[in-house]
Design a protein around this ligand. Structure first.
Ligand code: AMP
Length: 447
């Protein structure tokens, strides 16, 4: 090969504009971000355990029919936002099947409840999940096509008390405790009751009647909703339609005495726990399966227009809609991405770092001959519970100090003398202090 045709030396640098990128609306979470995610998730897990919840992990894709039936054909999620594909049959014994990446997890959890006959235990099932969801929405800050939800469901046969307003209040109190424990400030609980399925029939009729003479003045989406699912007009964000929407009948005036009594008991229990709430008669939420209590928590910091941190509600008829037994339930889903954005915005305002803490020590072998001893020392310290990185003996001392300073609180120098005497030189970056420490006392000294 002549010099002119030899390939250019490979550069370590990433090209300025890489051609392969994460798909629009999806993101990588890098190690400087994941400590906060892990903190949120472990806080949630520990708190849910204190309320008697167990974790459930359902598949990331399910049959399309589950969401069509469970979430509702008329919802934005099912009508426009699902990632759906036709899964080809690969053998004569298989059938082609329409599959969908889950856009939410309640339908999957209730499917699992039915499939595994969890109701047969007679006990209330308290289940939580943490995982990615997929919706083809227009990406913007706080809105992604792959996003994470932390959610929980309380479901069981009627005899387990699953319909009790106590369950609604407990879920809301648990959420208030979680947000407070995570340090979320200024959260606001918006609460409504959308009544039973029968109340909704009467309310829908009243809405249709009220919408008939005015719907032509509304945006195209609301004109369509007025026909297909008038309840959905209430959560329209169309600015120009707001004044008209505010004149529509309120669900509270159509609740049966039973639904009203149920809601009043939820409120009384929240009052007893000191959980503040705001009644919002327009909060009907996007999914078809909700009955009675519906809620949303919003925040004022960090999210801009996408200020809904979490949402949920009661879904007493969902199990039956999916072909299961009667199993009233209530649940919620927290948008974890939005929770993180809120915590990051708060930390920024308070000048607090959310990055991972520095390692306890960086071990710098002074020549390649000390590499094995360095790895062996690292093994000993890691086994003692310390966080440790090991350098390479080919590095210049200056380079070792520079790397160590960015990564760790201490640097440990390991040369021939140190290996022979087992007395190590330790420098603490914060104080600039350098000391000699016997190997046996090293772990204690680094702590
Ligand atoms: P939903 O399942 O629509 O009730 O949503 C529950 C919560 O999930 C919302 O309050 C948001 O915090 C979050 N969420 C919903 N859609 C998205 C999305 N596309 N990107 C990020 N978070 C989302």
């Amino acid at each position: 090969m002549t010099e002119s045709t030899s390939p250019a030396p490979k550069s370590n640098k990433t090209p300025a504009r890489p051609t392969l990128k994460a798909v629009r609306g999806t993101r990588d979470l890098l190690p400087d971000q994941t400590p906060l995610w892990n903190h949120v998730e472990s806080t949630a897990r520990a708190l849910f355990a204190r309320y008697g919840f167990g974790e459930i992990r359902t598949p990331i894709f399910e049959s399309t029919e589950l969401f069509a039936r469970g979430v509702g054909e008329e919802t934005d999620i099912v009508s426009k936002e699902m990632f759906t594909w036709e899964d080809r049959a690969r053998a004569a014994s298989e059938k082609a099947q329409s599959l969908t990446l889950r856009p939410e997890s309640t339908a999957g959890v209730v499917r699992a409840y039915i499939e595994h006959q969890l109701g047969n235990t007679g006990n209330l099932q308290k289940l939580y999940y943490i995982g990615p969801q997929f919706r083809r929405e227009r990406p913007q800050r706080g809105r992604y096509r792959q996003f994470w939800q932390i959610g929980a469901e309380v479901i069981g046969p009627q005899s387990s008390g699953s319909e009790s307003p106590l369950r609604d209040a407990e879920i809301l109190e648990m959420l208030a405790s979680l947000l407070t424990e995570l340090g979320i400030r200024d959260w606001r609980l918006e609460l409504n009751s959308v009544g039973s399925a029968e109340d909704r029939v009467r309310y829908n009729a009243a809405l249709r009647e009220a919408l008939a003479p005015i719907k032509h003045q509304m945006c195209e989406d609301n004109q369509r909703r007025a026909e297909t699912n008038p309840l959905r007009v209430l959560d329209s964000k169309d600015e120009a339609d707001q004044a008209l929407i505010n004149t529509l009948p309120k669900i509270a005036d159509y609740l049966s005495p039973e639904s009203k009594a149920h809601f009043d008991q939820v409120l009384a229990a929240l009052d007893a726990c000191g959980v503040p709430y705001h009644l919002n008669p327009r909060l009907v939420r996007g999914l078809d399966y909700y009955t009675r209590t519906t809620f949303e928590f919003t925040v004022t910091t960090g999210l801009g227009t996408q200020n809904a941190l979490l949402g949920g509600g009661r879904y007493d008829g969902l199990s039956e809609m999916l072909g299961g037994p009667r199993a009233p339930g209530i649940g919620f889903a927290i948008g974890e991405d939005r929770l993180i954005l809120t915590l990051q915005a708060q930390a920024e305002a308070d000048n607090i770092s959310t990055a991972a803490p520095k390692l306890d020590a960086y071990i710098a072998p002074l020549t390649p001959a000390q590499n094995p001893a360095a790895l062996s020392l690292a093994r000993e310290l890691r086994a003692a519970g310390l966080t440790v990185e090991v350098g390479d003996g080919t590095f210049k001392l200056r380079k070792s100090f520079d790397i160590a300073d960015t990564l760790a609180r201490h640097i440990i120098l390991l040369g021939e003398d140190e290996a022979a005497t087992n007395i190590l030189t330790v420098k603490t970056f914060a104080s600039g202090e350098q000391t000699k420490v016997p190997r046996a006392k090293l772990a204690g000294a680094l702590r």
